[in-house]
Design a protein around this ligand. Structure first.
Ligand code: TYM
Length: 334
């Protein structure tokens, strides 16, 4: 049996962005060929921001369509929706009961998000979010969790919880490792290249969306903020804008940054940005078209997700009964 991987993505916006794609999703596609892969649309996590039911429903479907369009193959991977497998909530609660308050309070994503909205508008679900994420992961006993850099701390907490549970209640969980690709771990906002590209950015001008039109994306890339100087060279400190575009170009074409730099020796930023715009939109065009085609047949999508949930539930159900048993919870008489 091949080793397992698991990862998840939130359906919080109309489209995934280039950071999601290069930081995580291309790894998902690659790993499904060598691993027993479980990929989850984490709809329950999306409830930690304000919910518009009609929009959420649409976004969950669009998430599934995009994952299929980038190449997640339901024959190779188990693709499912988190809320279809109740064991996620069951194990999430168990982890809430073995996580320290201070430990949860140290999560930087919680601190950032709660600071932005203020204590009165911060929901408790945002605080317990990482424990639900730990449950998403550990239910499937994966060895690897492919994610971007911003998830590193959550994976560390997941490892701590797995080890803590194992030490107290017996060896139940595989302790997983984060799988983070250095070159694309943190794709930056094109307008603000010192901040990560994010779905919750104040302005979408620096965020390349998978489902946006090629024209809109070309415009955003051509107007990306660049740095002083003229040479296209990689220098994250002095040239964060150009370095980000070089990382993107390199990730999409599979070429090394060095060889791209030498192509543009003596040329200006304008030529370079034009070519980045072209390679990015050429790569995204078929993804957009395929995703839109999947969205035309909602019932086929739902059927696919049902099959995924059945497979996921079989694994998750076993883990949660072992966990309950190890905790001393009495099984219901058959
Ligand atoms: P989410 O939905 O914000 O992002 C999905 C994936 O995209 C990566 N990512 C990036 N990578 C590089 N550069 C960026 N600018 C960038 N922005 C986002 C994220 O690191 C992530 O891998 N908490 C998770 C969702 C989650 C999860 C899980 C992940 C819930 N349960 C279990 C893994 C395993 C999140 O909010 O990701």
């Amino acid at each position: 049996m091949s080793k397992r991987v698991l990862s998840g993505i939130q359906p919080t916006h109309d489209s995934f962005h280039l950071g999601n794609y290069l930081g995580a999703l291309t790894q998902w596609v690659e790993l499904q060929s060598t691993h027993d892969a479980y990929y989850c649309i984490v709809d329950l996590h999306a409830l930690t921001i304000e919910v518009d039911p009609a929009l959420l429903r649409k976004r969950i479907l669009a998430s599934a369509a995009q994952l299929l369009a980038i190449g997640i193959d339901p024959k190779k991977s188990t693709l499912f929706i988190q809320s279809h497998v109740p064991a996620h909530n069951q194990l999430g609660w168990v982890f809430e009961c073995i996580t320290g308050f201070g430990e949860a309070n140290r999560m930087t994503q919680f601190k950032d998000k709660s600071q932005k909205s203020g204590t009165d508008r911060t929901v408790v679900g945002l605080f317990t979010y990482p424990m639900l994420q730990a449950a998403d992961i550990l239910l499937y006993q994966p060895e690897l969790v492919p994610v971007g850099e911003d998830q590193r701390q959550h994976i560390e907490l997941t490892r701590d919880l797995a080890q803590r549970f194992n030490a107290r209640f017996g060896d139940v969980f595989t302790v997983p490792g984060a799988h983070i690709l250095k070159s694309t771990a943190k794709i930056m906002d094109l307008q603000e290249p010192t901040a990560k590209m994010s779905k919750s950015a104040a302005s979408m001008a620096g965020v390349i969306e998978l489902l946006d039109t090629p024209e809109a994306n070309i415009k955003k890339i051509k107007s990306a903020v660049t740095d002083t100087g003229r040479e296209v060279t990689f220098d994250e400190k002095e040239k964060p804008g150009i370095s980000n575009l070089l990382s993107i170009f390199s990730a999409i074409t599979g070429r090394t940054v060095k060889s791209i730099e030498s192509d543009y020796a003596g040329k200006g930023y304008g030529d370079f940005k034009k070519d980045v715009a072209e390679v990015v939109t050429e790569a995204l065009k078929p993804i957009r078209e395929t995703a839109l085609a999947y969205l035309k047949d909602e019932s086929a999508l739902l059927e696919l997700l049902r099959e995924g949930a059945d497979r996921a539930e079989a694994v998750a159900g076993q883990t949660i009964s072992t966990v309950y048993n190890s905790l001393g919870l009495l099984p219901r008489k058959k």
